[in-house]
Design a protein around this ligand. Structure first.
Ligand code: NAP
Length: 285
């Protein structure tokens, strides 16, 4: 079994390091040759891991995880064909939704990622969790078996749509307000901001319902309860990206829901406003 993890960032490096414990030949694949330092959670001994460039891969891979930011996916897709074969299982370990439509290979699956970490230059720090939720299919069942002896936990879902949409809604609320507010979760102390956050999520729920998902006001309450547990200083990926002047994963979070709302003729004034401001920012790239 040959395994490759594309995207030597926070998520990809964690997956590759953990798979290497049972499958030492697992490759961490990046744009160029490199060596990264990996700092596991709880201050365990750090490790180093090599990054292999695409051109150094000599054997087609049986399993490929893709863990780049969603706006980087296009460049990965153009480099896939020489390193995979007809039966390769492709796991998209990314936030957002709608990316699978762009992958022209049949055995591709969207994962819902619960792996938390951060990359700074050549240092990758893993904070917590090793979990990937995937649609339950014969192929993903095989993959689950394969990861049995590793820390990577694959949860097979009968209704993956619900799991994807729930995370999408969690990201929709907090990423929107922290990106536009250019501040951390402490923004939620303001009742005005909480109202806006609720408004955006309720619009997202209306779109999810149009898509056939069984979400309601209890979904909103459960998401707001998750936010209450966030420490004041916690930023989101969109907050860090916007304050560092980097592109945002907005087209696969706000943009995806916005386009679905248009399709179903659902009025989403909060989402339209957020999407307009984020699009104006994103247009510089
Ligand atoms: P990240 O740290 O930015 O890692 C992405 C890596 O992929 C970077 O090292 C990037 O290199 C590399 N890359 C870019 N284009 C590439 C290409 N064509 N081929 C190979 N490598 C390429 O991102 P991340 O935080 O791991 O996030 C990955 C996905 O997981 C995102 O969708 C994110 O939303 C999601 N997620 C992240 C977390 C988290 O805690 N980090 C949690 C849950 C979900 P350059 O930097 O040089 O471009």
């Amino acid at each position: 079994m040959t395994i490759g993890v594309i995207g030597p960032g926070a998520v990809g490096t964690t997956i590759a390091i953990e798979l290497q414990q049972a499958y030492p030949d697992t490759l961490l694949i990046g744009k160029q040759k490199n060596t990264l330092n990996y700092f596991p959670e709880n201050g365990h001994q750090s490790k180093t891991i090599s990054v292999t460039p695409y051109q150094d891969i000599t054997q087609p891979l049986d399993i490929v995880f893709i863990a780049v930011k969603t706006y980087q996916l296009e460049s990965v897709i153009t480099q896939l064909s020489p390193i995979i074969h007809e039966e390769t299982i492709i796991i998209l370990a990314q936030n957002g939704y709608g990316q699978l439509e762009h992958i022209p290979y049949p055995n591709s699956y969207q994962a819902v990622v619960y792996i938390s970490g951060q990359k700074n230059n050549n240092d990758v720090t893993h904070f917590r969790d090793y979990r990937l939720h995937l649609k339950d299919t014969p192929r993903t069942r095989k993959l689950q078996k394969l990861t049995d002896q590793t820390n990577i936990e694959i949860i097979l879902e009968e209704n993956i749509e619900e799991i994807i949409w729930y995370k999408l809604l969690v990201n929709l609320g907090i990423n929107s307000i922290t990106a536009l507010g250019r501040d951390t979760a402490k923004l939620l102390h303001s009742s005005h901001i909480r109202d806006i956050c609720r408004g955006i999520i309720l619009e997202g729920i209306a779109v999810a319902r149009a898509e056939g998902l069984n979400f309601d006001v209890n979904t909103l309450d459960s998401i707001m309860t998750i936010y209450e547990g966030y420490p004041d200083q916690m930023g989101t990926s969109m907050y860090y990206d916007i304050t560092s002047g980097r592109p945002l994963e907005m087209e696969t979070i706000q943009g995806y829901i916005y386009r679905k709302a248009q399709e179903y003729h659902i009025t989403t004034p909060y989402l339209n406003t957020v999407y307009a401001f984020l699009s104006a920012y994103q247009s510089q790239f």
